[in-house]
Structures are given as C-alpha cells and as structure tokens.
Design a protein around this ligand. Structure first.
Ligand code: FAD
Length: 489
C-alpha cells in the first residue's frame, strides 16, 4: 500500500484516483479550485443551467469501467441514454441534415441529402472502423513509450497495414478523394475538431473518429454532462479517496531522482507516488522547476481553444436538438485563420448545445439554455476583447440569417468563457482544449508519456499527455497510469 498524491481533480485525476484506490493505495487529491471536474463543470444563473465544458458524450463504457473496478453498481451513481439523432447540421446554402445514430438510417439520409451512393457512405464507415480496430490498442490503450507495446501482435498488425491508415494524406484530402459533394466533405472534415485540429493538416487516420460516433453512439447523462464529474467524485469519496480543495500544488518534491511528495499552501506532504493531472506544460514550468524540461514536447503547437457564449434564450426552437452545427461557408479559410493566422474567421462554424431539450428544468418554461461555441486559436496574447466582440456580432448575424429570427432580442442572460479564462480556471496551457494539436502524423509520438524515466514514481495523466484530450482519452490516461503503477509496485 503506497501513499499517492494526485495533482488535480480533472476527469483523468478522478479516474486515476478511483483506480489506484481500488488497488488498495492511500490516495489524496489536491485541487486548486473549490470544485472537482476541471473543464467539466457547470453553473446555474437566472434559472438557466449550463454545462460549461464538454457537451458531447461518447464511449460511456470508459465511465462505467470505473464503477466496475471500484466494485460499485453504476446505476446507483450514473444514468445516461443514447441519442437517436447525433447532431443537426445547417449549411449556408439552406441544406439541413440530421445525422442519425443508426448506421443504415444515417447512410440513407446522407445519400438523399448529398446525392451520393449509400454504399459509398457505408464503405467509408466500414473503413473508419477498420482504422480504429487496427490502432486503438496501440495508440489509445497502452503507453506508446514502452518497448512491450511494440512487441505485441496488435502493434505488428498495425505496422504491417500502415498503408491503410492514411497517414500521408490530410483528412481533407482523404475525404475529398472519397466524396465529391463539398457539403459531405465538410461534414466528415469536422471530425478533426474533436481533438482540436485542422482537417487540412491532421492526417487521414482521423477518419476513424466517425466510427466512434456511429458505432458506440452518442449519449446524454441524466442531469447533464456535469453528472459525469459528480458521480465520479462521489464514487471516489465513497471508496475513500481524500480530497483537498482550494489547494494549489506549488512543487513536486524529489530526492535522488525519485519523488518524495508535493508542496501545497507552503506545507510539504509526503507521498510515495505523485500523479500529475495538471497540464504537462505548467507541471514542468511551475512544479518541476529544478528539472530539465522536454522542450520539444512542450513546444508542440497547441490544439484549438474555444469561445463560448452561454445564452438564456426566451424562445423554444423546434428545428434544434441537443447538438446543432451551423457550418461556415468556407472551412478552409476558417481553419487557416485559426491555425495559421491565430485569429477567427468572420463566418465561423457555430455549435449550439441545448441541454434543456433533454432536461426541461435546465431552462425556465418556454425558454432554452444555449451553449454557443466557436473554435478559436489557443491564447498567444491576441486581443481577445476585440475578438469576442467581433465574433459575437458575426455569430448573431449568422444565426439570425439561418434561423430567421431576431436572436439578440431573445437573449435574457449571457456569460462568456474564452481561452484566457479556460487557462486561468484549469491551468491548461494557452487555454487549449485538448493539449497539443494532432496537426501532423507524428503528434501521437510527441505527446508526453504517462511516466518519466528520469524521475521515479512520477506519473502524468490528462488531456495534455498520452493518449490525448477529450473525455474518453482522458479516462484512458487514468487507466494507463494505474496499470503502470500496478506493474511497477
Ligand atoms: P482538466 O479538466 O484540464 O483539469 C485539470 C485540473 O487540475 C483542474 O481542475 C485544475 O484546477 C487542476 N490543477 C492544475 N494544476 C494544479 C495544481 N498545480 N494544483 C492543484 N490543482 C491543479 N471533450 C469531449 O470529450 N467532448 C466534448 O464535447 C468536449 N468539449 C469541450 C468543450 C470545452 C469548452 C472544453 C474546455 C473542453 C472540451 N472537451 C471535450 C475536452 C475535455 O473537457 C477535456 O479533454 C477533459 O475534460 C480534460 O480533463 P483533464 O483530466 O485533462 O483535466
């Protein structure tokens, strides 16, 4: 039985704490905020409840696993249901497309809307599945930085079939090769944003992401996304994980290339093992100042960030569902602005999430709680006040046009989250949503490993390290860390 200090109560911190406690260790979590969940939190104002960060829930089995390893019944903590429509899409030319979860229905609808052979859609999704099946165990479920990973048959199989992974074309090139309808290419290009990358730069292997949505489905947790955080927090407490809130860790203490504890609020807390769920950049720059930082890894370009308007809207919109996308007229220019010019496009793709569609109590009667988000570059000191004002105007113009309503007059409540506040609330370097971007084929190998060879008993989890950002991968990073600790102790 070891004493383990986890720095941060983000999803990966909670997942590793639950797994390590289930292995029998004494686990204490140190969290700078006065609440758990990091990016996955929520607030309520004037009768409108908003999930602040993630809104799309896929692969719920990774959450369920945590209850299983802790020997608890999921049903006592967490409920969710599958969505039959994944997302409603709106195009500038007036096209509307509902992406169904059912593969056959999806293909029928896509074939009708985009004038494409249904078989081509099914073929695309089948190929997407093959890519996922070939690579998941190598890239997502194990440490990429252990020799044993490369000696497994799964890995050899992936390497033998490397040509089928489309690593040498961009996602956009890959999609444009398969489909001629630009709207359909834009639809499949969008999946690059699931890890904060550009479809014009991220490799074609990312075409595996639609498979995850199509095969595993998308879900809505009862009580909203925040209940993922709160149920895991409750589970962790129930099995004996100790939480220290309002406790910002200032240093990871080491002696002879081995961790001995942490320093928080000026006091030293001894620990046999330290797991950092803090973004890897501040972990090195602030907590490990005496150690040499892996500069090449830390300097990888960040994924995109987000600008979100939380709007209380005094009307109900029948044509909208839980997830809605209003595409920009020119995706290439939009991503060029974000990733190459470090600014925003004047016709941004707008995502609207409305949880009151699922949970009527999330908004007053006759009203809706709109989470309105656009992709923006990570924070490199841009004039965000100006960008926010400009984007607000452009978003309102676009939605007013596409929904044929004077939207501004319907906004009864507003608050904003943007790269600076994402960074200050969660320590995420440059306010990036998913750590480093996956804008080149080596990105997976340039993410920081979940351990550090030169400092014994120090481990890393969360969206900025292997295997990457987003809820499922963060939860997997917690599993990889717990598995490594079990093996090493
Ligand atoms: P984080 O959430 O980054 O939390 C880290 C925690 O560590 C924080 O609580 C922080 O306070 C704490 N901490 C850091 N340093 C210290 C320190 N020195 N001492 C003490 N505590 C410290 N993912 C999806 O899957 N689907 C989505 O739809 C989606 N949409 C998103 C939308 C937005 C607006 C945002 C912001 C993110 C979105 N994501 C989405 C990404 C997802 O939220 C993240 O990948 C995931 O929640 C990150 O979890 P994490 O474990 O890395 O920790």
């Amino acid at each position: 039985q070891k004493s383990i200090a986890v720095i941060g109560a983000g999803l990966a911190g909670l997942a590793s704490a639950i797994r390590l406690r289930s292995q029998g260790h004494n686990v204490s979590v140190f969290e700078a905020n006065d609440y758990p969940g990091g990016k996955l939190t929520a607030f309520t104002e004037q009768g409108y409840r908003f999930d602040m960060g993630p809104s799309l829930f896929t692969m719920p089995h990774f959450v369920e696993d945590l209850f299983k390893v802790a020997n608890k019944s999921v049903k006592d903590y967490f409920e969710y249901h599958q969505k039959s429509i994944v997302c409603n899409y709106f195009y500038e030319d007036g096209t509307r497309f509902s992406a169904y979860a059912d593969k056959n229905k999806f293909a029928t609808e896509a074939s009708r809307t985009f004038n494409v052979n249904k078989k081509a859609i099914i073929g695309y999704l089948n190929k997407s599945k093959r890519k996922y099946d070939l690579t998941a165990s190598l890239f997502l479920e194990k440490s990429l930085h252990k020799l044993s990973t490369y000696l497994s048959t799964d890995t050899l199989n992936a390497i033998l079939k490397i040509n089928t992974l489309d690593l040498n074309t961009s996602l956009n090139e890959y999609n444009a090769n398969v489909f001629s309808d630009e709207r359909l290419v834009q639809f499949f290009n969008r999946f690059a944003t699931y890890n904060g990358s550009s479809p014009y730069q991220t490799p074609g292997i990312m075409s595996m992401i639609p498979h995850l949505e199509q095969h595993y489905g998308t879900f809505f947790p009862k009580g909203g996304m925040h209940s993922i955080t709160m149920s895991l927090y409750q589970l962790a407490k129930d099995i004996g994980v100790v939480f220290n809130f309002d406790t910002k860790v200032e240093e990871i203490i080491t002696n002879k290339r081995q961790v001995t504890g942490i320093k928080a609020n000026g006091a030293i807390v001894n620990a046999d093992i330290v797991v950092s769920n803090s973004d890897v950049v501040p972990t090195y720059r602030q907590l490990l100042k005496k150690h040499k930082a892996p500069e090449k890894v830390l300097q990888q370009p960040r994924s995109s960030s987000a600008l979100i308007f939380y709007w209380g809207i005094t009307k109900e919109f029948e044509e909208l569902d839980l997830h809605n996308i209003f595409f920009s007229k020119d995706y290439r220019t939009e991503f060029d602005q974000i990733f190459n010019k470090n600014t925003v496009y004047d016709d941004p793709t707008v995502y609207i999430n409305i949880t009151s569609k699922e949970e009527p109590n999330d908004a007053p009667e006759g009203c809706e709680n709109w989470f309105v988000m656009i992709n923006v570059p990570s924070n490199k000191g841009q004039d965000w006040d100006e960008i926010i004002e400009y984007s607000r105007k452009n978003i309102l113009t676009k939605l007013t046009r596409l929904l044929d309503v004077n939207l501004e007059s319907l906004i009864a409540y507003e608050s904003i989250l943007e790269p600076r506040t994402i960074e200050s609330r969660t320590q995420s370097y440059q306010g990036a949503l998913y750590g480093a971007a996956s804008n080149n084929k080596f990105a997976a190998f340039l993410r920081h490993p979940n351990f550090k060879n030169s400092i014994k008993n120090l481990y890393f989890c969360g969206g900025s390290v292997h295997p990457g950002g987003g809820i499922p991968l963060c939860l997997l990073s917690g599993k990889i860390v717990a598995d490594l600790i079990q093996k090493n102790n």
